[in-house]
Design a protein. Structure first.
Length: 550
C-alpha cells in the first residue's frame, strides 16, 4: 500500500500570494496547503463498499471493522462519498465508488490521522485533501495584445479548420468559475442539452425546474456546476482566474468584438472548483464531472508539489475514457531547481511550460523532463470581468492556449484518443532548445505550432536531419583543399504525410561547382520515414582560387 501526501495546488500565474488562510486550511513543511478537517481514502478494488454518513452509538460506522476502530481512535466524525453523484462511465464509476472523504473533529491533527489509515489492508491510498492557490500579475492590456496567436501560427491553422467543426469539441474549464455571460464567451459556452428545457441553447430562467433532467446527480446544471458551493451557477464570485483561462482556450472568434481564442468555436464547460477566494478546493471532483458529462479536454491551470495515488487514479480513468487532461507546469522557477508539480507531472497528463515573445522560457516558468510542450504565457490578453479584458502572465495561460490547439486537432480527427492528440502536438512543435540551451530537453518537445499540427494531416514535411561528406580527390591530408572534390549524402525525414517524386537540388556559393546537383529520392513515406541519397550523392568541386576557410 502507498502513503502519499498531496499538497497545495497553485494556479500558475505570475503573482503575489493570496490573502490570509481560512481556518480550515493548513500549510505543510514544503509549503503545500491542505484541508485540516478532512482527508481522502481510496479503498482497494474488490473490497466491500463502506457504509457512509452513519453513526452508531455516536461513533462512525462503515461496516469495515479496522476502519471503524481507527475512526473511533482518531476522532473521525463522518465518512461520506468523495463524489456523491452517479457516474455514467463504467470505469470511472468503479473508481469513484471506492473513494471516500473522512472528516475529523476539531483539534485533531489530520496529518497524523490520515497516515494511520494506510496501515489497513483494504486501503489502497490515503491522501490529504489538497487545496489549490492561484496567483496573477496584471499587465497593461494595450501591450502585445494577443501576440500569442501569430506566434503559434493560429491564423494559418484556421485556414485549415475553424467554425462549426470546432464547436463539436468541449473543453472543461476546471477552475475558479467562468463569467459565462461575457459577450466574448457566451456563444462558446457548453450547454447541457437535457437540462436546456426550452431548447434555446442558453442558460436562462426557463431551464430551472428543480429536476435532475439528465440523471447525473446535479439539478439544473444547464451550464456546468459549482463544486465549491454545490449549486448550478459556476460563475466566478469575482474576477480572479477562470474567465481569463476560458478565453485563452476558446474566446469567441470572428465575432467582431474583443479578441480571439485558439480553439475558435470549441465549447467551454464551466466547472467551478472553489468556495474560498484565492484557492481551488475541489479540482478533482470537478475533473470527474467534466469527464463524465462530455468534456473531451480538461484544463487544469493549477498544481501541487506532492504526489497522490487517488489523484493519479482519477486521471488514469479519465484518460481511459478518452479525455485529455492538460495542466500548467507551474511558476516556481525563481525559488527552486526544476520543480515538479502535479497534475502536470502525472502520467497521462500533458504538462505545459511557458514561453515569451522570443520563444525563451518565461522567467517564472517551471521546467523539467516531465514537461511535454511549451506555449506562450507572458502578457496574454483575454477575457476578464463581464465585458472587460485583461493581460496576465503565467503557465496558467500556457495551458489553456494548448487546450485550444488540442481542440482544433480533436475537431480535425474526431476519433483520436488523448495519446494521438498529444503525439501530433509534440511532433509538430517548434524545437526551441537552441534558444534555451540551459534548458535543453526540459521544455518538452518545443513550442506548439497550430498550423503544423493541422497541416500534418494533409501535407508532407521533409526535414534535413543529417549529412555526410566523402573526399573524392585528396592530397592525403584528409582536408578539402582548393582543386579537390567531395561527395555529399544528405539524410531526410518526412514527418507528416506521404511525399511523391521528391527531387532535391543542391546549390553552392561562388567558388564551388556542383557537378551533380540533382537527386531524385522517389516516394518518401510519412510519419517519420527516413531516406538518403547514398545511391546518387551530390558531387562538388572546389575552385583552385578558393581561399581555405572562406
Amino acid at each position: 500500500m502507498r502513503v502519499v501526501v498531496s499538497m497545495v495546488m497553485f494556479l500558475f500565474l505570475v503573482a503575489t500570494a493570496a490573502g490570509e488562510l481560512p481556518a480550515n486550511i493548513g500549510v505543510a513543511e514544503n509549503g503545500g496547503k491542505y484541508f485540516t478537517d478532512r482527508f481522502v481514502v481510496m479503498m482497494k478494488s474488490g473490497t466491500t463498499p463502506l457504509v457512509t454518513n452513519r453513526l452508531v452509538s455516536g461513533k462512525v460506522y462503515t461496516g469495515n471493522d479496522q476502519i471503524d476502530m481507527l475512526c473511533a481512535e482518531n476522532g473521525i466524525i463522518n465518512v461520506e462519498p468523495y463524489y456523491p453523484a452517479p457516474v455514467r462511465n463504467d470505469g470511472l464509476r468503479a473508481l469513484v465508488e471506492r473513494i471516500y472523504t473522512f472528516t475529523v473533529s476539531s483539534g485533531v491533527d489530520v496529518i497524523d490521522v490520515y497516515k494511520s489509515f494506510s496501515t489497513i489492508k483494504d486501503v489502497e491510498s490515503s491522501d490529504l485533501w489538497s487545496v489549490a492557490e492561484y496567483f496573477y500579475d496584471p499587465d497593461d492590456p494595450s501591450i502585445n495584445q494577443q501576440w500569442a496567436l501569430p506566434k503559434v501560427n493560429a491564423f494559418n491553422a484556421w485556414d485549415i479548420i475553424r467554425g462549426d467543426t470546432t464547436a463539436n469539441v468541449v473543453i472543461g474549464i476546471d477552475d475558479s468559475g467562468v463569467y459565462y455571460v461575457h459577450p466574448d464567451l457566451a456563444d462558446n459556452m457548453w450547454i447541457n442539452g437535457p437540462e436546456d428545457i426550452n431548447g434555446n441553447g442558453m442558460f436562462d430562467h426557463g431551464d430551472i425546474n428543480g429536476i435532475d433532467d439528465d440523471g447525473n446527480g446535479y439539478i439544473d446544471d444547464v451550464i456546468g456546476w459549482d463544486f465549491g458551493f454545490n449549486d448550478n451557477d459556476p460563475a466566478e464570485d469575482q474576477p480572479e482566474h477562470g474567465t481569463h483561462v476560458a478565453g485563452c482556450a476558446s474566446e469567441v472568434t470572428d465575432n467582431g468584438i474583443g479578441g480571439a481564442g485558439l480553439g475558435f468555436s470549441a465549447k467551454l464547460m464551466a466547472v467551478k472548483a472553489t468556495n474560498t477566494p484565492g484557492y481551488i478546493t475541489h479540482g478533482y471532483p470537478a475533473m470527474i464531472y467534466a469527464a463524465d458529462n462530455g468534456a473531451n479536454i480538461v484544463n487544469c491551470s493549477w498544481g501541487a508539489p506532492g504526489y497522490s495515488g487517488t489523484e493519479q487514479s482519477i486521471i488514469n480513468n479519465v484518460y481511459a475514457m478518452g479525455v485529455l487532461v492538460i495542466a500548467a507546469a507551474g511558476n516556481d522557477y525563481p525559488w527552486t531547481p526544476p520543480y515538479v508539480n502535479y497534475p502536470s507531472a502525472y502520467n497521462h497528463v500533458l504538462g505545459v511550460a511557458a514561453t515569451d515573445q522570443s520563444d525563451h522560457l518565461a522567467s517564472f516558468s517551471n521546467y523539467g523532463n516531465w514537461v511535454d510542450v511549451s506555449a506562450p504565457g507572458v502578457s496574454i490578453y483575454s477575457t476578464w470581468a463581464t465585458g472587460t479584458y485583461m493581460s496576465l502572465s503565467g503557465t496558467s495561460m500556457s495551458s489553456p492556449v494548448t487546450c485550444g490547439l488540442a481542440a482544433l486537432i480533436k475537431a480535425q480527427n474526431p476519433s483520436w484518443r488523448p495519446d494521438e492528440i498529444e503525439l501530433r502536438m509534440e511532433s509538430s512543435a517548434v524545437n526551441i532548445d537552441t534558444l534555451n540551451p540551459q534548458y535543453e530537453g526540459m521544455m518538452g518537445a518545443g513550442r506548439i505550432d497550430a498550423y503544423a499540427a493541422l497541416a500534418a494531416a494533409y501535407y508532407p514535411n521533409i526535414q534535413l536531419i543529417d549529412f555526410y561528406v566523402t573526399l573524392i580527390s585528396d592530397d592525403g591530408d584528409g582536408v578539402v583543399n582548393p582543386g579537390e572534390s567531395i561527395e555529399v549524402v544528405v539524410v531526410l525525414q518526412n514527418l507528416w504525410q506521404d511525399a511523391f517524386n521528391v527531387v532535391g537540388t543542391l546549390r553552392a556559393p561562388e567558388g564551388i561547382t556542383v557537378i551533380d546537383s540533382v537527386t531524385n529520392f522517389g516516394d518518401v513515406e510519412g510519419n517519420g520515414e527516413i531516406t538518403d541519397n547514398g545511391f546518387d550523392p551530390y558531387s562538388l568541386l572546389f575552385s583552385e582560387e578558393i581561399i581555405p576557410g572562406q
